[in-house]
Design a protein around this ligand. Structure first.
Ligand SMILES: [Zn+2]
Length: 389
């Protein structure tokens, strides 16, 4: 059997940490049945990140729906920074205590994947980024990873189940195994053209046996105008200078009149390598750097008990609101009771981002489709000038 929790076990809180079941047992034994508000907030980003993409809201809503609690959160895909609350939960603490573990798991991993995908897409600009990393993670997670890679900005995903969840056709070429099976990359290009549906773009792999530029020219000679792109997945032991390899392939193709043939690169890519290759590459397959993205370490803290503000040391007490200027993304956190804020840059009214998601156990927000979330993410990335990836 697969070593995964079933959806109903997750819903029932079975993946929680033991210390929460101890907590609930003690609170019940002592008759402590207090109303409490808890917030989800990040202290610091991993590595050099300066912003994140909030993801996992749809699954969080699925997890918490039906509990006797209310939940406030920004729209999925909202760009956030440390010390900005991204969720507020209110209800009797014993009703939601055990959900801290699965809730954080859903938000931390999804937001890590979406953020890493956004960083790759931001580096690639109008070049395509395809998520190739399902193979590095437990297959049960493939749809979740691919969906969050897509909403973060990837243009497509490779795994069938991931594409299904997003409602798009999967993307991909052929593996080296097929070139080995057929013995020749040009023969594979020809066979792909004969066998695969005509609406699928003709992209052929050109690094299996011979030099990339020679195999690229041969593929172009075999397929002519039908060849959409060549894919270079050059092994790291042969890379030397990948940018120069791409420049050579570009030159050889252009010199022979194959200017329409695009260069698709995969293998060990991340946002930094994309930045380096972007002047010459046209599209990227990004694997483990997205699927194995660092998690965003959200914390879950009580900030109010029985209407009284409270917090442990190191945290700010009380319910808060996160305000955002829709024009310039200026953000500020205030006590929830404060009146709306004007953006100091644009003078326009800021929007309150923590809005109702669940009211007394009932979902009260229409959850957007992945395409709409991705559009929202990309529109914010355009305004993000505060940092490079
Ligand atoms: Zn503004």
């Amino acid at each position: 059997m697969f070593h995964i929790a079933a959806p109903e076990e997750i819903k029932a809180g079975k993946t929680t940490d033991f210390y929460f079941t101890n907590t609930v047992k003690i609170l019940k034994a002592k008759g402590i049945h207090k109303h409490a508000a808890a917030e989800v907030c990040l202290k610091d980003f991993p590595k050099d990140w300066q912003w994140g993409v909030l993801a996992g809201i749809e699954e969080a809503a699925y997890l918490l729906e039906g509990l006797p609690i209310s939940v406030y959160a920004p729209e999925e895909g909202t760009i956030f920074q440390p010390r900005q609350p991204v969720m507020l939960i209110e209800g009797h603490y014993i009703d939601y205590a055990v959900y801290e573990t699965p809730l954080l798991g859903l938000l931390c991993q999804a937001s890590g994947v979406a953020t890493k995908a956004s960083r790759s897409k931001k580096a690639a600009g109008n070049r395509s980024v395809i998520s190739f990393g399902a193979r590095r993670m437990h297959p049960a997670l493939a749809p979740m990873i691919e969906r969050n890679a897509y909403i973060g900005g990837c243009d497509g995903v490779a795994s069938l189940a991931g594409a299904d969840l997003i409602g798009m056709a999967p993307r991909g070429t052929v593996p080296h195994a097929l070139v080995l099976m057929m013995g020749d990359s040009a023969a594979v290009a020809q066979a792909f053209h004969e066998v695969i549906e005509p609406q699928i773009k003709r992209i052929t792999l050109v690094d299996t046996f011979s030099d990339e530029k020679l195999e690229a020219v041969r593929a172009a000679e075999v397929l002519g105008d039908a060849l959409f792109a060549v894919r270079l997945d050059t092994p790291s032991s042969r890379r030397g200078n990948m940018r120069q390899i791409l420049e050579e392939v570009r030159w050889e193709l252009d010199y022979r009149g194959y200017k329409q043939v695009k260069l698709f690169v995969s293998g060990g890519l991340d946002e930094y390598k994309i930045t380096e290759l972007n002047p010459v590459a046209d599209a990227y397959g990004v694997g483990a750097s997205i699927s194995n993205a660092p998690v965003v370490n959200f914390a879950f803290d009580l900030v109010e008990i029985e209407g009284q503000p409270i917090a442990k040391k190191g945290k700010k007490c009380g319910r808060k609101q996160l305000w955002r200027c829709p024009g310039c993304l200026y953000s500020v956190v205030t006590p929830a009771s404060e009146t709306p804020v004007l953006c100091p840059n644009c003078q326009s009214p800021c929007s309150a981002l923590l809005t109702p998601l669940i009211k007394d156990g009932r979902l009260v927000r229409k959850l957007p489709k992945p395409q709409a979330i991705r559009d929202y993410v990309l529109s914010q990335l355009e305004k993000l000038v505060l940092c490079q990836p």
